[in-house]
Write a protein that binds this ligand. Structure first.
Ligand code: CU
Length: 157
């Protein structure tokens, strides 16, 4: 059993790299990374992990591929600072309807975010990966979506 682990991890790593690193500059470079994120009525992102190098430029293109009306089912991408409790953020976000579910009191904990998107809407942002290696949580701050599993991690290393 023990011997199976390394090849399994390698396979997982290759799979993730293949999914998450579309359009990246040649391997080993520090070129910009383009990540195409989708989210639909199942309240999940297509990618739960993004790998980047410290300081790397990342273009995030988020598309809501769902069909439900925006008032009932909208999505965003909110990248949090390291050390911020994502559940506490999501709880505070749930009542922040006037600011598209970005709680004003915690706005300084947000490293990057897209607009809140209704069905068939897309938003594109460019962010710079933090210089400090670590795992940075991203989530959808629409009520209950984080708890349903609409989250992922930006791994900077
Ligand atoms: Cu969502």
């Amino acid at each position: 059993m023990k011997n199976l682990l390394p090849p399994l991890l390698l396979a997982c790593g290759l799979l993730l790299a293949g999914c998450a690193k579309k359009d990246e500059a040649p391997a080993g470079g520090n070129g910009p990374l383009t990540i195409e994120l989708t989210a639909g009525d199942a309240m999940k992102y297509n990618l739960n992990r993004i790998d980047a190098k410290p300081g790397q430029e990342i273009k995030i293109i988020l598309t809501n591929i769902g069909t439900m009306p925006k008032v009932a089912m909208a999505h965003n991408f909110v990248l949090l600072q390291n050390g911020v409790d994502p559940k506490a953020f999501a709880d505070a976000a749930a009542t922040a309807i006037a600011t598209d579910y970005i709680p004003a009191a915690l706005a300084d904990k947000v490293l990057a975010k897209t607009k809140l998107l209704g069905p068939k809407q897309t938003d594109e942002i460019t962010l710079t990966a933090p210089m400090e290696p670590g795992e940075y949580t991203y989530l959808c701050s629409f009520p209950a979506h984080f708890l349903t599993g609409m989250k992922g991690v930006l791994v900077v290393q």
